[in-house]
Write a protein that binds this ligand. Sequence first.
Ligand SMILES: [Zn+2]
Length: 413
Amino acid sequence: MSLDPSRTVAELRELQRLTGDDDGAQRVAWTETWERAREWLRTKVAGTGADENVDAAGNQWFTLAGASDRAVLIGGHIDSVPNGGWLDGALNVVAGVEVLRRVAEQGEPPVKVRLVNWADEEGARFGRSLFGSSAAAGSMSDQNELRARRDADGVALPDALGQHGVDLDRALEARSELDGAAAYLELHIEQGPVLEALDLPLGVVLGTFGVERHQVTFRGQAAHAGSTPMDKRRDALAGASRLELEIREIAKTTGDGAVCTMGGVVTKPGIVTSVVETAECLLDQRHLDAARLAGMLDEAKSASERFASEEQIEVGWERIWNIEPILFDEALIELADESIREVAGASHRLPSGPLHDAAEVARAGIPTVMLFVQSLRGLSHTKLEDTKEEHLELSVQALDRLVTKTLDRVAGP
Ligand SMILES: [Zn+2]
């Protein structure tokens, strides 16, 4: 039984029929539909002879024994957002099954090959993404906060997890699953427009963006819209507006994928008859390079201070959240590039804007790489999410090549 990428496409459609409806995929983690998807995956893997175990964080592992105790990991997530697409996350678990079949048929691999279906990548029900992978990576540090989380119906997170056999207090025990991991490989849909614009089916992911999120608050003086002359105003919204336009220039001049977004501005008093007294802006900045991310932040700060002084208002910055860029492994990036060129002729290297389970695994020090396959119209997290079947098939081939090359490398002298 050699690799059959068309079977992956057929199985993805089967999964969608089993766990989706007219509005899209409904495999939200910690629900019955999600369990049904996990049971379905179990039946698909059964023929390969891989052993299943579910770890303390609910991650589902399938292990093909190898000649040594080290392991090459292939990871994805079968959970989806509500009304999600048919490919986000599921592509890699289902493609991974096909690769397991091919590897198993060729006899014992030099090291273990393990497929992992991470629990709750999306965080759709409780608002906490990358649950299972952060537990396994040992970076989950918010268990106290998680204990207090509730879903929209008021169900507490620990209770929902308990119904699926997961004890939040023990979730970090999943960490032992990464013992002996020599490499982590993840295939994912791009969820953006870059590869489609380049007319390329596949690309190698260099890493995930670092993110700086701040609340920037401009403070001026409320004053009557009728009686206050234009040159006597201290208009907080003027500072916010100038900063919003400036961050676009900062991203443009920084380049190499830099993005800056002002995702919201709340003005007070927010009535038509008053000059704006406070404007609270939500600013999100991302780059793959830590120094350039820091540079973008500095530029935005000094621009905001310049605008504040010119408008005779004040400005304050407060960090909401940040994460360092997470870079993937250079040797694996080379192997991924080679694999893509072999199956598709040309490759492209690009950063990932969204975080993925791969970022957690890389943070834990495991050499990691991701492959992206083109998304049509860049759409994801909607039932409109789609990828050409021929590209899906190429992606299965590229993953398979990458697994072979990685096994050779890991087993080599
Ligand atoms: Zn995903």
